[in-house]
Each structure stands twice: as C-alpha cells, then as structure tokens.
Ligand binder design. Structure first.
Ligand SMILES: NC(=O)c1ccc[n+]([C@@H]2O[C@H](COP(=O)([O-])OP(=O)(O)OC[C@H]3O[C@@H](n4cnc5c(N)ncnc54)[C@H](O)[C@@H]3O)[C@@H](O)[C@H]2O)c1
Ligand SMILES: CC1=C(/C=C/C(C)=C/C=C/C(C)=C/C=C/C=C(C)/C=C/C=C(C)/C=C/C=C(\C)C=O)C(C)(C)CCC1
Length: 532
C-alpha cells in the first residue's frame, strides 16, 4: 500500500536568524575547510540518497506523479552519480592553480587559492526538487561552505525527504534546512549570505537579487524563458518530432528546458504534425491519461494557469486538447498559432502544450526567436545542414543549446548548466559548481630580503635610470601597426618556414628534413658530377 509522506513543518520565522548565526560560527571555526571533512559529508550524502532512494521516488510521485523512471534518471541516480564524480575529482579541484606571469612576478610564485565563500543559501524549485537543491549543494560542500537549503514548499513531500536526508547525513552545525513559503524565504533573505543560488521564476528572481544586493551578496539565478525549436527545411522532421515529444513530455512539460514553441518550415509541417500524433500514441499505447509514464501538473493553481493559456488560444488544435481538473491532467497538445500575440506564446508554458508557427526563411525564424525572447534558457535548431545550425547559433543567444535534440546539453551532471540574460546568471554542476562556490584568491608569495636587489628599481627616488631599466627588461613591443594590422616579422617568417601555427611549423620542419634525406643521394651525385 502506498504511504503518504507528511509535509514538513515550516521553520518558525523567529528562529531563522539563529540558524544562520550557528552556521556562520561553524564556518568561522574552520570546521568546513578540511578536505577530508568535505569528502566525508559527500560520502554520507551519497549513502543518504542511496538509502532513501525509495523515498525520493515516492515523494516525486506524490508531488508530481513523476514516473519512477524519470525520478531515478534525473533526480535519484543522477544525483548519486554526480556525487561520486565529484568525489573522484575533488582532489584536483581544490589544488592551488599556479599561474604563468612576467619575469618580475615569477619569483613570487603567483597562484590561485580555492577558498570557501562562507555561508551559502540555496533556494529550490518544485519541478526537480532534489536535483535543483542537491546539485548546487554538492558544489557548495566540495568548496567548503556551510549551507542553508530552502526547498520549494510546493513539492511538499519532496521537501520532507530533502529535510530528512540532510538532517540524517550532514553535520547539523554546518548544514540546515529551512522549510516554508514566502514569509520564511523573506526572513532568510534578510540575513547576510556569502552567495545565494536561486532556482525559479524571474519575478521572484528579481526579489532575490534585490535582497542580495543589500548585502552585496553575489547570486546564481537559475530562471526560465521561452525555449524555441527551429525545424528548418533541412531537418529530419520525423526525428525532430520524436525528440521534441520527449523533451515536452518529460515531467509533464514542467522542465525549465522544455521546448516552449516550435517554428516549422512549411515543407515540413504535415510530416511534423503527424509524427507528433504518432509519437504520443507510441509513447503511451494505453492513452496518455491512463499511462503511468506521464507526470501531472503540480497543483490546481498551475493547472488553471496552463488551462487558461489553452482556453484563450486563437490557434488550431492539431493534437490533444483534453484536460481533467480532478486529476490535474492536461493532454500533450500541439497547437498551430498565427504569431507571438497568441495566449500560448506570451509566457513560459511550464506544462505539456506546444504551440508552433510556420516560417520558411531561416532569417525570419531567427528574427522571430529574438523578438519573442532573446535570451531563453535553451534553443533547439533541427537541421541536417551543419552550416545552417552554426548560422542559427551565431545569430541567437541562450543559456545552452542542443542541435537536433532537446534538453540533452543539460542532461549530463558534468556539463555547466545555467542561463543568460532573462534566463539567469551563473552556471554550476561538477567543477563549475565547485568554482561557483569558491573564492579564487590571487596569491603572491614574495621572496625575502635577498630579492630587494631586483625590486630596487620600484622604490623612490624614481631615477631616470630605473625607468630605463624597467623599459628595457619589462616593456613589451606590439606586433601590430597603428591601423590594427599584424606586422610580419621577416625573421620569424623565415624561422617558421613561411609562418603558420606551432603544429604547421613542426609539420613543415619534419617534411623539409624528410625531403632532404630523400633527396640526399641525388644531391651527393650532383655534387660529384659538378666536381668531376
Ligand atoms: N534554470 C533552472 O535551472 C530552472 C529549473 C527549474 C525551474 N526553473 C524555472 O522556475 C520557474 C518555475 O518555478 P517557480 O518559481 O514557479 O517555483 P516555486 O514556486 O517552487 O518557487 C521557487 C522558490 O521561490 C520561493 N519563493 C516564491 N515566492 C517567493 C517570494 N515572493 N519571495 C521569496 N521567495 C519566494 C519558493 O518558496 C521556492 O523555494 C519556471 O520559470 C522555470 O523555468 C528554472
Ligand atoms: C550504454 C550502452 C547501452 C545502454 C544504453 C542505455 C541504458 C541508455 C539509457 C538512456 C537513458 C535512460 C537516458 C536518459 C537520460 C535522461 C536524462 C539524463 C534526463 C535528464 C534531465 C534533466 C537533467 C532535467 C533537468 C531539469 C532542470 C534542470 C530544470 O527544470 C546499450 C545497452 C544500448 C549498448 C550500447 C552501450
């Protein structure tokens, strides 16, 4: 029998300052610095995830009716693999980085120390409640920070399991969970943190950034946007439809990276529409509503928000269109719309609807994308013409891109993930997460008194001779003229056998030597005949 996971109690607002103070004193006591301590936290976290795998799956089912397959693929197994990979590489990440500098600075052995920032706040969203709190947490632990986690109150069963895993596995003096909604998050945001990582919508993103600015706290903002698919006349429309269907069906469309609309070349429209219908049938042989493989909309508010978008459309429904309020069920629905003024094109959908427009010219499609939202979280060009794909990438912006598929650039826990402009700032995961939660402290260690002879030229009185010495030894010469053109150094050109990159020059030298060896018998006999 399936059990019900009880939502966590909200943290009393007046206790929140003390939670942050406790973590700050732990940080100041250096508890979080030792590498072995960080590794132990990560190892315990892996076991926590492993031992609570069934709870993770059950919570995601209760909150979103997320299928077990998806729960493990992008939250359970995904997180465990991310932790193991971090443990395999953390020794390298924490290493001080040696830097190569000019002659004068070299003796001070400059480097970058990777230092923790302090106390970090992570605010999660409801759609991937585990991944979106634990993936940044992983980077923050690896970098040696103390962390407050604030799970989304909307996925309340997941919030309960997140609370259990953190409280059971991690050092309570360094890691805390604050549960609740707006009052609790607002109380948290009054506190000073050393970094805030927020995932969610842009309206609240602005509230978070404003609160952070009061303390000069840097933020990572993981927001949403309207992610386009562009299916050009050079695309495999059937394959595009299958891959778009996957990206749209995942978590019932409640994915920040889900396609929000498609632009379809008229030559591909019929093939695309019938392939979408065909795929839904193949994905859900018993029908999507009866299938256990399709998640539900998280709550009534979001159900009505999405349904209203569909009710208000002036477009033509090509596939799907049914809804069921009791089950918070919405069909995977494909709608042909006229332009971006349609109700389905105004905001991020975050549900299983997919509007599309027909545009033939690639430049017009690019213009449309940039007009609708010029910095979405993702862009998905579908084309078998590699040059066309590059053309689209060069003329658009987005947090990330997958060519000829959806979501894939963000599926790996090892690749940096983040937005740009309206879709957010800062990217994390794997080493990129470690770096986000570290301060890169530039460090020089100057040699002792014996080095004063060399440094003498920097001290007053500033005699002309000292400046002349400085110019002679330190000042660099440009290799370009006033009109911005690179000057050819004939000596360099001669030495490099006519120029080129390092590889080309090596190849030229090898070819010349081999050529000379091959020609040497002829040269020898030529020399002989000249002498005789
Ligand atoms: N880029 C990403 O990684 C990513 C991932 C998932 C979701 N998203 C985006 O998130 C959005 C959906 O999430 P959501 O925002 O509806 O999630 P949500 O409702 O779960 O809210 C996110 C967090 O904001 C807090 N919050 C809400 N209102 C607040 C307020 N007034 N002040 C302070 N905190 C407040 C909530 O308590 C919660 O922890 C979509 O736009 C989606 O694209 C982005
Ligand atoms: C390897 C070989 C084989 C086996 C292949 C198998 C078993 C392949 C399985 C592939 C699957 C299940 C891939 C699915 C991946 C989906 C992922 C990772 C989804 C991630 C979603 C994310 C991260 C969502 C994020 C959302 C966010 C951030 C916001 O809202 C054989 C057996 C075929 C033989 C050859 C070798």
């Amino acid at each position: 029998m399936s059990r019900t996971i009880v939502p966590p109690q909200s943290t009393p607002v007046d206790e929140i300052p003390a939670v942050v103070t406790r973590l700050r004193s732990t940080f100041r006591a250096h508890t979080t610095y030792p590498l072995e301590w960080r590794k132990q936290q990560l190892r315990k976290l892996w076991w926590g995830f492993h031992d609570h795998e069934n709870d993770v799956v059950a919570a995601l089912h209760q909150d979103l009716r997320k299928p077990e397959h998806e729960a493990l693929q992008s939250d359970g197994i995904w997180m465990k693999n991310a932790i193991l990979d971090a443990l395999s590489h953390i020794d390298k990440w924490v290493q001080e980085e040696r830097l190569d500098v000019d002659l004068l600075g070299k003796m001070a052995a400059p480097s970058i120390r990777k230092e923790p920032l302090g106390v970090v706040l992570i605010i999660g969203a409801y759609n991937y409640p585990f991944q979106l709190t634990f993936a940044p947490l992983l980077g923050a632990i690896a970098a040696g920070n103390a962390v407050v986690v604030k799970p989304s109150e909307i996925s309340s069963a997941s919030a309960a399991v997140i609370t259990t895993i953190i409280r059971e596995c991690l050092d309570p003096d360094a890691f805390a969970v604050v549960n609740g909604a707006i009052p609790e998050t607002s109380a948290l945001l009054e506190q000073k943190f050393d970094k805030i990582c927020y995932t969610g919508n842009g309206v609240v993103g602005r509230i978070v950034a404003t609160a952070a600015a009061k303390h000069l706290t840097p933020t990572i903002l993981e927001l949403g946007g309207l992610n386009p698919c562009i299916i050009t006349k050079n695309a495999d429309a059937k394959l595009a439809a299958r891959r778009i269907c996957w990206g749209k069906a995942l978590n019932g469309g409640q994915v920040c990276l889900a396609p929000d609309y498609a632009i379809v070349s008229s030559s591909k429209e019929n093939e695309f529409v019938s392939a979408v219908a065909d795929n839904w049938r193949k994905f859900y042989p018993q029908g999507p509503q009866a299938s256990p493989d399709l998640a539900r909309i998280v709550n009534e508010r979001h159900f009505h928000r999405i349904k209203k978008m569909l009710d208000d459309t002036d477009g033509e429904i090509k596939v799907g269109g049914q809804t069921n309020e009791k089950e918070k069920y919405i069909d995977l629905t494909l709608v042909k719309v006229k332009d971006e003024t349609d109700s389905l094109m105004k905001d991020e959908i975050f549900g299983p609807l997919l509007p599309y427009v027909v545009i033939d010219d690639v430049d017009d499609a690019i213009e449309f994308v940039n007009r609708v939202s010029d910095t979405p979280l993702a862009i998905y060009p579908f084309t078998n013409d590699k040059k066309e794909a590059e053309y689209i990438l060069d003329r658009t912006r987005s947090g990330g891109v997958t060519v000829n598929d959806t979501i894939w650039h963000a599926a790996s826990h090892k690749l940096p993930f983040g937005g740009v402009g309206e879709s957010g700032m800062g990217s994390y995961r794997d080493k990129f997460g470690f770096d986000q939660f570290s301060h890169h402290r530039t460090t020089s260690r100057q040699p002792g008194g014996w080095f004063e002879k060399v440094l003498d030229a920097r001290y007053p009185p500033y005699l002309p001779a000292k400046l002349a010495q400085y110019r002679l030894l330190i000042e660099k010469k440009p290799n370009f003229s006033r009109d911005g053109k690179v000057r050819t150094s004939w000596f360099g050109w001669f030495l490099s056998l006519g120029g080129g990159g390092a590889k080309t020059v090596v190849v030229k030298y090898v070819a010349t030597i081999l050529g000379m060896i091959a020609l040497s018998p002829f040269l020898a006999s030529f020399k002989k005949s000249c002498i005789s």
